[in-house]
Design a protein around this ligand. Structure first.
Ligand SMILES: [Zn+2]
Length: 322
């Protein structure tokens, strides 16, 4: 009997990861290869499927690939297209169509944040939840919104861009070209900018002031805060508060059961979670007070992307079984 698995593919600006995932969220084969986004996407797929074939040939177990789930920047669930993402040099490409030349199985695509939300619902901290928002705090801020057990894709496939909600009109320049987006504050890039501003204002003496600007990372800020650095702690508080106030608005729209925080900054734990919770409770409409949880991701950092991508298919299969 062949083992039923989904091929999960996560396309990043630098690396593309893939793996075979069973219905329990166990990963069997996995591999990472350079995306080489300066080449056309066909080049990536050729290398990926050649590698997969080679790995499958070396396995004892026989696998049946029941579907392919793909997480990609600007991935559109409705069209199966990757729409000219900023970190890949591709034009808009019909990626699902290209993949199906290799494997003619159900194939779904969405952006990485939506895939993370589905991964959380199938295998992580959102098991059993039907209304929640996944927030990925990486270089930027991504979000996947789940309402009534389904990811919200919106009219065009791009719904769920909490990172680009404007929290400070006329504020910091965001990567999207506008000013004052949440992502410009609540992300690794954002907390770095906060620290540099605070150092510039001489708010506190800080060990971070000795690190060359171009070398300063969110991890340095975390380490400094853990070591008791006042400025670093203030930076986390400021970041958490902006995020918490923004999430209070999201609660007004969606009344989610929880926000699930995932990614580099989320591993700061209480340093970030406490100010988020406080600001959320402070700002939220009274009928929602004390109802919405802020929880950590239940997906292992190194596995989340592949699990999320595969969950696109497993979720669909679960839905059709029910
Ligand atoms: Zn923006």
């Amino acid at each position: 009997l062949r083992k039923k698995v989904v091929l999960g593919i996560d396309i990043g600006g630098t690396n593309t990861k893939f793996g075979l995932v069973d219905i329990q969220g166990k990963i069997y084969i996995q591999h990472s290869l350079p995306t080489n986004a300066e080449n056309p996407p066909e080049n990536l797929l050729e290398r990926l499927f050649a590698k997969l074939k080679e790995m499958l040939a070396a396995e004892q177990e026989e696998y049946q690939i029941v579907g392919i789930g793909i997480g990609a920047p600007n991935g559109n669930y409705y069209s199966g297209k990757i729409e000219s993402p900023p970190n890949l040099k591709w034009p808009t490409v019909n990626f699902v169509q290209m993949v199906r030349k290799y494997y003619d199985v159900p194939t779904r695509l969405t952006n990485d944040a939506n895939a993370a939300a589905l991964g959380e619902m199938e295998f992580g901290a959102a098991r059993g939840m039907r209304n929640f928002v996944e927030i990925t705090l990486g270089t930027g801020l991504g979000s996947g919104i789940v309402v009534n057990g389904e990811v919200v894709y919106g009219s065009d496939g791009f719904a769920g861009e909490l990172g680009h909600v404007i929290v400070r009109p006329g504020g910091r320049k965001c990567g999207c070209g506008r000013n004052g987006c949440l992502e410009a504050y609540a992300s690794a890039t954002g907390i770095r900018a906060t620290v540099l501003e605070m150092i510039g204002n001489n708010e506190h003496d800080s060990s971070l002031a000795t690190i060359p600007v171009e070398k300063l990372t969110a991890k340095d800020i975390f380490d400094a805060a853990e070591a008791g650095d006042q400025l670093a702690k203030e930076a986390f508080k400021f970041t958490g508060e902006i995020l918490g106030h923004a999430l209070a608005n999201t609660v007004a729209h969606l009344s989610p059961e929880a926000f699930i925080l995932f990614g580099g900054l989320a591993s700061a734990g209480e340093l970030l979670f406490n100010p988020v919770k406080q600001a959320l409770e402070e700002s939220v409409l009274y009928i929602f007070r004390g109802k919405c949880k802020i929880v950590n991701s239940g997906l292992a950092e190194g596995q989340a992307a592949i699990l999320g991508a595969s969950a696109l298919i497993w979720h669909e299969l679960h839905m059709t079984q029910n």
